[in-house]
Design a protein around this ligand. Sequence first.
Ligand code: AHM
Ligand code: MG
Length: 336
Amino acid sequence: HAADTNRTDLMTITRFVLNEQSKHSESRGDFTILLSNIVLGCKFVCSAVNKAGLAKLIGLAGETNVQGEEQKKLDVLSNEVFVKALISSGRTCLLVSEEVEEAIFVPPSQHGKYIVVFDPLDGSSNIDCGVSIGTIFGIYMAKDKDNATLDDVLQPGNKMLAAGYCMYGSSCTFVISTGNGVNGFTLDPSLGEFILTHPNIKVPTKGKIYSVNEGNAKNWDEPTTKYVESCKFPEDGSSPKSLRYIGSMVADIHRTLLYGGMFMYPADLKSPNGKLRVLYEVFPMSYLMEQAGGQAFTGKERALDLVPSDIHDRSPVFLGSYDEIEHIKELYGACK
Ligand code: AHM
Ligand code: MG
């Protein structure tokens, strides 16, 4: 329509979430303020990522992160922006970031009731070549904001109030669920606002794509090996699936949400817990996948039922279309 090129009724994230939360009006303002600080962090990272090649932001900052990987300058920057924005929102009491070894307890004068777990810049091996990267976050509520403890985050993912990610790709896309379906917003750079572009995302029940780091195949367990075999050599006469793997979880999950299929980072002999971090990678993405009608499975249980024992715990994970996850569950069931 002509109206599309001259939009006057703009559904921004703030407006959308305010509408969605109008039923719980007591916490509506607080949640909106928290979210606008997350969105601010994403806009900053988006602009930094876009300028990375020019501004010589790329490169090592000379520090290593918790997992002992070399930390890029953009990771450090992104982490600082999110930590500062979240603390100054006055709506958080505890933060967990992939880039920081210890949980961050917010000073009492700035306490709020929310807890945010996040990976400020995921997929960092893709920074230098300009491939999509992203921010992932999950939000919990503290039992008592003035006495938050690690137990408040060492909870199953099904206790999350909201989760989302921002993808810094060919456009900047923000996807969020507050427990009421999944919605996607695209940054309009001329406005500096995210506008609703993907309402009510539903992951197709079946998918024609599988996504995995196949270089690890020699160390996979039997169910994973069998699943991937079935993608390539289907026994039911269907066409083989396509393989797509970016190595950037946000981009691989974004594609899976929109096109369907299976994304997995399974256990292997070398990494019995896989690679991905429970709190700020597995949980938020599992939450979104379920909210979009898909499933998330660890090889043993529903991913959102996991109870982490450390803030940086890892878990194998299979995420995607409902039927694909049913298939991998059957394979694990048969191998018990
Ligand atoms: P990172 O947090 O160091 O960036 O690692 C997480 C990333 C995910 O985005 C992605 O799914 C995975 O690592 C890819 O790992 P691999 O290179 O082993 O396939
Ligand atoms: Mg990460």
